[in-house]
Design a protein around this ligand. Structure first.
Ligand code: PHE
Length: 370
């Protein structure tokens, strides 16, 4: 690289060709080294700089003093050189390095760490899989639900106090609609029981994983958005012992074969009888510890036999399209349902004490599941 401009030997064409060929070779050699933005900028200043750039110097040394008949051949060559320089500056520096340096397979590659399923989704998948092995299939439903599916069809009549147990997030400006059509964020996955039965005759064996929403303040064990897996089985001769056997098996599959289950009377408007299921404490084996509040048992899910009032709502809906429908006649069929919180199960599985970890996106937490 030199900034002094040689004297032109003469102004005939071969002499001009020779002079510009030398410059073009110089430009080409420098182009090869334009692998960084800084190198590119230096190159630009070196050739195109307004005061000391080589093109400026060349134009002063060669063009200004040239005899009139040499102006045109000089100008043409000058413009070609300028174009060559501008083209060299157009390609991005990174691209040039690939072209110029080629592919060096001995360099370390770009390491992209493989992703993992989020621990909540992984627990949800495990729960669903246990039931898939029992012949259940999966159904999904909307998170924005109508009052009918979330409450009324599940035997929560309008203004019934049982609605108070589900701190509901309502969609605004629904007052002009009939109460059954008003929109809300679903408070549980149970509305998908209704959606399924309205569309499908028994036998039914489905699990319903999904997000649910409640007007709960966030604390160590509550979050306004959380996840449930619901189950529904409807067929001839389904009894409470089928429910007990199914859930006992599921809990053993999820927490280990030494886990015991017990069923406590409870209440849900859409099941009768209803029960809360407890498992023997997996931390102390049932002896009693802080985790199980020294009771030896951990409460895990709600369940029960489908209430005939639910079958009645389903039948009423089905008769809108088929007036003779009798698929959900409680004299002929029966069923059970259950619902469990995914966060709670994942927290017990992994010994997590704050539900907020699941949603914080903190890599130090998430990486532990890789
Ligand atoms: N939907 C109930 C809840 O969210 C749980 C449940 C589901 C209970 C199915 C019984 C049967 O609290």
């Amino acid at each position: 690289m030199t900034d002094t401009i040689p004297q032109l030997a003469s102004h005939d064409e071969p002499a001009l060709d020779q002079a510009f060929r030398t410059l073009a070779t110089e430009v080409q050699a420098e182009t090869a080294a334009l692998t960084t933005p800084e190198a590119q900028e230096n190159f630009r200043l070196h050739w195109l700089g307004r005061k000391q750039g080589r093109l400026k110097l060349i134009s002063e040394a060669w063009l200004k003093s040239a005899p009139a008949e040499a102006r045109k051949p000089l100008g043409i060559r000058f413009n070609q050189l300028k174009q060559q320089i501008e083209q060299a500056l157009e390609a991005p520096a990174s691209q040039k390095s690939a072209v110029v340096l080629g592919l060096d397979i001995t360099l370390p590659g770009v390491i992209r760490s493989p992703g993992i399923p989020h621990p909540l989704l992984e627990t949800m998948r495990q729960i669903v899989e246990v039931f898939h092995h029992l012949g259940y299939s999966t159904n999904l439903g909307p998170q924005v639900e109508t009052d009918f599916y979330n409450f009324e069809a599940l035997n929560f009549p309008p203004n019934h106090p049982a609605r108070d147990t589900q701190d509901t997030l309502l969609i605004a400006n629904q007052q002009s609609k009939p109460s059954r059509d008003r929109l809300l964020m679903r408070t549980h996955t149970s509305p998908v029981q209704i959606r399924t039965m309205v569309q499908q005759a028994p036998p039914i064996r489905i699990v319903i994983p999904g997000k649910v929403h409640r007007n709960d303040a966030a604390d160590a064990t509550h979050s306004p958005i959380f996840h449930q897996v619901e189950g529904l089985c409807v067929d001839t001769n389904i009894t409470f012992s089928d429910l007990k056997g199914t859930l006992d098996h599921a809990m053993k599959a999820l927490f280990g074969s030494s886990v015991k289950t017990r069923f406590f009377p409870s209440f849900f408007p859409f099941t009768e009888p209803s029960a809360d299921v407890q498992i023997s404490c997996i931390f102390c084996g049932g002896k009693g510890c802080r985790k199980c509040k020294h009771s030896g048992w951990i409460e895990l899910l709600g369940c029960g036999m489908v209430d005939p009032a639910v079958f009645a709502s389903v039948t009423e809906e089905r008769r809108k399209t088929n007036p003779a429908d009798d698929a959900y006649n409680p004299e002929k069929i029966s069923g059970f349902a259950f619902g469990m919180g995914v966060e709670r199960i994942a927290m017990i599985q992994h010994g997590i004490s704050d539900i907020g970890h699941f949603y914080s996106g903190d890599m130090r937490f998430l990486e532990q599941f890789a």
